[in-house]
Design a protein around this ligand. Structure first.
Ligand code: AMP
Ligand code: MG
Length: 346
C-alpha cells in the first residue's frame, strides 16, 4: 500500500472490498473552506505528489480569485458593479458569469449567483460558525427581493462586465466547486494521469477507472453521518449533493439554511438534499442547488430544463424522489433503504 497517511473516513467506501491498492495515491487538501480529497490510480508516489502540489497551487489561486467576501478579483468586480461601473473580469470569472447566466435561465432563476447580497444579509459571508444570530428583518429581505438582482442584469463584452442593476453581487458558491473540480481533473489528464477522482466537499468528478472497474463513491446522508447511497461514476462524470444541512444558522429552534430562494429571499426547506450526476461538474453543482429550491412539485421540470437526466432528491419526510435511470445507478447503504417515489424519466 502506497498510502501516505492513515486513511481518512471518506475513503472507506472507495477502498471497500478491493485488492491490495498498490498503485493508489491519495492526498487531502484544505481549500475553498472545505476538504478536497484527491485519489489517483496508476501513478508513482513521485507523480502523485507533484500532481497534488500542482492542484493545491491552482485551487489556492482560484480560491482567492473567486472569493465572495475576502479581498480579491471578485470582491473588486462586485464593488464596481455596486457603483454602477463597468469592470474587467478574469477569464475564469467571465466563464463563470456566462455559464451561470445560462444555468440561471434554465433553472427559472432558482440558481442565481447574483444574489450575493442576500446571502450576505443572511450572514453566510463569514468564515465563523453561525451561532444563533437572529435572521434578517422581514423588511430588509423584502427590500432585497424588490431590487430583483439577477444574472440577466449583466452584460459582457470581451472581458468587460456591466450590470444594469447595482444590487447584483456575485457569489459563485453554488457552482465554483463543480467548476474547479472539473478544471482539476482536466489538469490531471493533461499531466498524463487518466484515472482519478477529485472530491471537494460533497461534489466530485471522476476520470477513467480504478483498476479495471468504475470509481465507486458515496453520497452523503443529509441527516446524520455516513452515506445514504453508493454509486459508480463513469469516465468524466461528476456527482454533486447540495442541501441546507451543510451550512445553516439556528435561531430560537428554527434552522435557516444557506440555499436561499431568490423569489422569496428565504431559505428553502422542503427538500433536504439534491444529488445530480452530470458529465459537466459545474452543471451538476448548479443543478443540485437549484433542485433543492425547486421542491417536489417542480424539480422534474427544472431538471429537464437544465439538461439533467440523473438526479435524486430527499424530502423532509426522508422519501427519495428519482427517475428510473437514477434508481438503476444508486445502491442504498444500510439494511433499511429509504422509501422511494419513482418518477417519470427525465
Ligand atoms: P451549494 O452548496 O452548491 O448548494 O451552494 C450553496 C452556496 O451558494 C451558498 O452558501 C451561497 O453562497 C450560494 N447560494 C445560496 N443560494 C443560492 C441560489 N439560490 N443561487 C445561487 N447561489 C446560491
Ligand atoms: Mg451547488
Amino acid at each position: 500500500m502506497r498510502l501516505r497517511a492513515a486513511l481518512p473516513a471518506v475513503f472507506a467506501l472507495l477502498l471497500a472490498g478491493c485488492s491490495p491498492a498498490r498503485e493508489l495515491y491519495q492526498d487531502r487538501l484544505y481549500v475553498f473552506g472545505t476538504l478536497v480529497d484527491v485519489t489517483l490510480w496508476d501513478v508513482t508516489e513521485q507523480q502523485g505528489r507533484a500532481a497534488v502540489a500542482d492542484l493545491a497551487r491552482e485551487f489556492q489561486a482560484e480560491h482567492v480569485e473567486w472569493h465572495a467576501w475576502r479581498p480579491g478579483p471578485l470582491v473588486e468586480l462586485n464593488a464596481a458593479l455596486a457603483r454602477g461601473e463597468a469592470a474587467r473580469a478574469t477569464p475564469h470569472l467571465v466563464r463563470l458569469i456566462e455559464l451561470s447566466q445560462r444555468l440561471s435561465r434554465q433553472s427559472d432563476g432558482l440558481f442565481d449567483p447574483a444574489i450575493g447580497g442576500l446571502v450576505r444579509l443572511w450572514g453566510f459571508h463569514s468564515d465563523d460558525p453561525l451561532t444563533g444570530k437572529a435572521p434578517p428583518s422581514r423588511e430588509a429581505i423584502a427590500a432585497w427581493v424588490a431590487q430583483r438582482p439577477s444574472m440577466e442584469d449583466l452584460t459582457i463584452e470581451g472581458d468587460l462586465v456591466r450590470s444594469r442593476n447595482p444590487a447584483v453581487q456575485l457569489d459563485f458558491g453554488a457552482i465554483a466547486k463543480g467548476y474547479a473540480v472539473d478544471l482539476a481533473v482536466a489538469r490531471l489528464h493533461a499531466m498524463g494521469i487518466h484515472d482519478a477522482i477529485v472530491n471537494a466537499g460533497g461534489g466530485m468528478t471522476a476520470i477513467g477507472r480504478r483498476e479495471n472497474r468504475p470509481w465507486r463513491v458515496g453520497v452523503r446522508h443529509p441527516q446524520g453521518q455516513g452515506v445514504i447511497a453508493a454509486l459508480e461514476l463513469a469516465d468524466h462524470e461528476a456527482v454533486h449533493t447540495s442541501g441546507n444541512y451543510e451550512r445553516y444558522n439556528e435561531h430560537e429552534g428554527i434552522r435557516y439554511g444557506h440555499i436561499i430562494d431568490p423569489r422569496t429571499g428565504y431559505p428553502g426547506h422542503e427538500i433536504v438534499s439534491a444529488t445530480v450526476i452530470h458529465p459537466d461538474g459545474a452543471v451538476a453543482d448548479a443543478a443540485a442547488t437549484a433542485l433543492v429550491l425547486a421542491g417536489v412539485k417542480d424539480w422534474e421540470r427544472i431538471a429537464r430544463q437544465m439538461g439533467v437526466t440523473l438526479a435524486m432528491l430527499v424530502d423532509e419526510s426522508g422519501t427519495v424522489h428519482m427517475p428510473p435511470a437514477m434508481a438503476a445507478r444508486v445502491h442504498f447503504a444500510g439494511d433499511a433503504p429509504p422509501p422511494v417515489k419513482l418518477g417519470a424519466p427525465l
